[in-house]
Design a protein around this ligand. Structure first.
Ligand code: ARG
Length: 455
């Protein structure tokens, strides 16, 4: 097969083989299904079909062992594989592309890729979820300050706080399965945009590749990249969550907080300051969200106002996708062991939670239970809090007399019972924790949803 682009300049801008070779497995998988269908439909002989399948499998082996010679003059992964096949099988190899266009071929490769990638990301998310669950269980009783506006708000359980991330990740998995479900439609048979005069069987190919169904509209089949957008959106939201977790790890490991210690292997030193242990891994997870958001925005921009059907613009969907998958997996893969190795300074969290100003809401609710309207109770406790600030005293350091000057209903027994521990219990956080841990465990026993059969 002769390369058909003559100008070096044109070749340079159109060539994609240096990045789309990442799709070699999906491409060959699709070609094998296509060729088997051609044989079944009598478009090529059984011998030809077998010979092509065998040679495609040989090419696959060569690629995996690094023996395959990729050539830029053949533009992309599709033409590289096809050219190698023709070189080896002559006229028989030249029958591979019967009834097919690179437009439906690449649409297929991308769907197969997104399907597999969703599965891999979900599995990696589950590992992080397991680490979070173990962390929560190992420190189930540790009390810490809960924050709003990054100001101490109410005493909570550390385990409750970290489990919040479990549920974010659970929703992320749902988004990846959605993207995979939407990609679950086989575009092969759509041709360049409007099918073929040959008696192909798109349903057969769809079935062979484990898709739930074949395309309904050939024009949509070659033009649609929604599933890539959805996948990148799922990656972006996941990275939002990972960056929030990373930020909290960074914050908590500062000397100012000292709530946790990030284990040595996940910190780095400074080239100048010998005492430093920097949380670089967490910082990079926090920062890498940026490139993933960028890839989503980039594809949105590529697709915006793009006329139907296939346009070469669509080739720009790949590098961002591949980089997002690599980035997201790298972050998830290091986060799981990093979370497992975290040292929790329960004492430090506990003593921070002793700050009795965080019990102000409990006092207001005590007054509500005694029949005072909430807004009134709120105002009383607000006054007490400002008195405390003025006197430089904690809520618990006020004498009964001082307190009763604000409200007669406050008594010694209640004051005595006013502790971070009781506050956490009174808000039924231990029960909430137990319930969510039980549910989380049940969820993890169920494997991440897989769409289609694996090859
Ligand atoms: N490399 C192309 C892409 O990624 C394959 C399809 C090319 N089709 C075409 N008609 N030029 O989209």
């Amino acid at each position: 097969m002769k390369p058909w682009i003559e100008s070096e300049m044109v070749r340079k801008i159109t060539a994609s083989v240096h990045f789309d070779r990442e799709l070699y497995r999906q491409d060959i998988q699709g070609s094998i299904a296509h060729v088997r269908m051609l044989g079944k439909q009598g478009l090529i002989s059984p011998e030809e079909s077998e010979a092509i399948v065998r040679e495609l499998q040989e090419i696959l082996r060569e690629i995996e062992e690094g023996r395959f010679k990729w050539k830029e003059e053949y533009e992309d992964v599709h033409l590289n594989v096809e050219a190698a096949l023709i070189e080896r099988l002559g006229e028989t190899g030249a029958k591979l592309h019967t009834g097919r266009s690179r437009n439906d071929q690449i649409a297929l490769d991308m769907r197969l890729y997104v399907r597999e990638a969703s599965d891999r990301v979900c599995k990696a998310i589950e590992e992080v979820q397991r680490a979070i669950l173990d962390l929560a269980e190992a420190h189930a009783d540790v009390i810490m300050p809960g924050y709003t506006h990054l100001q101490r708000a109410q005493p909570i359980l550390f385990s409750h706080h970290v489990m919040a991330y479990f549920w974010m990740l659970e929703r992320d998995k749902g988004r990846f399965s959605d993207a995979a479900r939407r990609a679950d439609e086989c575009p092969l048979g759509a041709g360049a945009l409007a099918g073929s005069t040959l008696p192909l069987s798109p349903e057969h190919v769809a079935q062979e590749l484990g898709f739930s169904r074949s395309f309904r509209n050939s024009i949509d089949a070659v033009s649609d990249r929604d599933f890539v957008l959805e996948f990148l959106a799922a990656c972006s939201i996941l990275m939002v969550h990972l960056s929030r977790l990373a930020e909290e790890l960074i914050l908590w490991s500062t000397q100012e907080f000292s709530f946790i210690e990030i284990a040595d292997p996940f910190t780095t030193g400074s080239s100048m300051m010998p005492q430093k242990r920097n949380p670089d891994v967490a910082e990079l997870i926090r920062a890498k969200s940026g490139r993933v958001f960028g890839h989503l925005l980039s594809l949105l921009t590529v697709l915006k106002a793009l006329p139907l059907s296939y346009n070469r613009d669509l080739q720009e969907d790949k590098e961002g996708l591949f980089d997002s998958v690599r980035t997201v997996l790298a972050c998830l893969e290091i986060l799981a062991p990093m979370l497992r190795a975290i040292e929790v300074n329960g004492e430090k969290m506990r003593s921070a939670a002793e700050d009795s100003s965080m019990l102000a809401t409990d006092i207001a609710e005590y007054l509500v239970a005694k029949g005072i309207p909430f807004r009134k109770a709120h105002a009383v406790v607000r006054e007490i809090a400002s008195y405390c600030r003025e006197k430089g005293k904690g809520l618990k350091e006020l004498s009964l007399e001082e307190l009763r000057a604000f409200c007669e209903l406050l008594d010694g027994a209640f004051l005595e019972s006013l502790t971070a521990e009781n506050s956490v219990k009174a808000r039924r956080l231990p029960e909430q924790l137990k319930g969510q841990i039980a549910e989380a465990k049940k969820l993890l026993e169920v494997k991440a949803p897989t769409v289609g059969k694996s090859w």
